[in-house]
Design a protein around this ligand. Structure first.
Ligand code: ASP
Ligand code: MG
Length: 248
């Protein structure tokens, strides 16, 4: 089992979803595909939630709960589109509703994951819905009483890592619009080189320092099980990109 995560830019329009299907069709191992909302949808839903709440916008917990109910629809929508399209082109897959599977507490907008309950629910779902390809959402989960939650902005990488840990996946691939991780920001530093391999610790340091390549929490669930993370370009999928792992 492998985890493939596709971020907003890689699912932003029909052409990109065709490209996703092309990448997925090349994979022979079983897959869980974790997707973000299309393009900048999350930003738009955020602005919409503020408008909807109006003056209530500043009422802490109540606003945060409304936010999660609205903003989580971005990933529910994109994953439905992608699942339907993959079935349409002959890539049979099972859609997973992570709001029913990924159990969290009720700290809306920064929900904490209950790994044990999630493991139990995920295993049970997969046993009762066997498939070679699953399509799931990043970023979102749900409480025991059925309210939707989110894990914090850009949290889809973290969702992919959680699923990898719980399923003992062989790897996580983050498909991005860059070729991999560079020694410095290639837009600013002329001599920046593409790194073929870096350690979990280096990745974590880079994430904390604000490199927008990977969500800082992503590494933790993977170190424990020594699961490598591949950063690869969805525009040039034949290139190797960067691997994050233990041995470097
Ligand atoms: N769609 C969410 C966001 O933009 C989660 C993610 O893309 O990782 O923050
Ligand atoms: Mg995003």
């Amino acid at each position: 089992m492998k985890i493939y995560k596709f971020g907003g830019a890689s699912v932003k329009n029909a052409e990109r979803i065709h490209n996703l299907a092309q990448i997925v069709s090349q994979e022979t191992d079983d897959l869980v595909i974790v997707v973000s909302a299309m393009g900048k949808t999350t930003n738009e839903l955020e602005v919409f939630t503020q408008a909807l709440a109006g003056d209530d916008c500043y009422q802490g917990d109540a606003f945060d709960e409304l936010y999660d109910q609205v903003v989580s629809t971005g990933e529910l929508q994109s994953s439905r589109f992608i699942s339907a399209y993959l079935n349409h082109v002959g890539i049979a897959n099972q859609w997973i509703d992570m709001t029913q599977i990924l159990r969290t507490d009720a700290s809306f907008r920064h929900a904490k994951v209950d790994f044990e309950t999630t493991r139990h629910q995920l295993t049970e779902f997969m046993q009762s819905h066997p498939a070679h390809v699953y399509v799931a959402q990043g970023f979102i989960g749900g409480t025991a009483d059925g309210r939707r939650t989110t894990l914090g902005r850009e949290g889809s990488d973290y969702s992919a890592a959680i699923l990898a840990n719980l399923l003992d996946a062989q790897s996580v691939t983050l498909w991005k619009d860059v070729a991999g991780i560079y020694s410095a920001d290639p837009r600013k530093v002329k001599d920046a080189v593409l790194l073929s391999a870096i350690s979990y610790e280096q990745a974590r340091e880079m994430a904390k320092a604000g490199a927008q390549i990977i969500h800082p929490e992503t590494v933790s669930p993977l170190i424990e099980k020594d699961i490598p993370i591949y950063i690869r370009s969805f525009i040039h999928p034949s290139q190797q990109g960067t691997v994050i792992g233990k041995t470097h």
